[in-house]
Write a protein of this length. Structure first.
Length: 109
């Protein structure tokens, strides 16, 4: 299995959809196919464009990032798309930066 990523899609109505996957090409194809494996939001869409994605590592962190992004107002999501932050910048913007940094006490005996 691949590295987990968060992604943002834009549809023809300019609405944004956020999701996670460990295989972005496969997941985008599922969304575009509109079948039972696509998200309810994307089933009726005629066009879907991936406007942002970021590799995060494990599924747990990807789920946390996805939830934080989904809770953002649209203008903040648009800002993320505009600046296309790298992994650490994204985590810092979402107040998850401490999660990715190893705890200094973990290496002490």
């Amino acid at each position: 299995m691949g590295t987990w990523s968060v992604y943002i899609l834009r549809n023809e109505r300019n609405a944004l959809y956020t999701g996670i996957s460990n295989d972005l090409p496969r997941r985008l194809a599922e969304h575009r196919a509109g079948g039972c494996r696509s998200a309810r939001f994307t089933r009726g869409c005629t066009t879907l464009e991936m406007v942002y994605h970021c590799q995060l590592g494990d599924r747990s962190l990807a789920l946390k990032v996805e939830l934080r992004i989904k809770k953002l107002p649209k203008k903040h999501k648009e800002a993320l798309v505009a600046i296309t932050p790298e992994r650490q910048q994204l985590l810092d913007r979402l107040d998850l930066g401490a999660i990715s940094a190893p705890d200094a006490n973990d290496n002490q005996s």
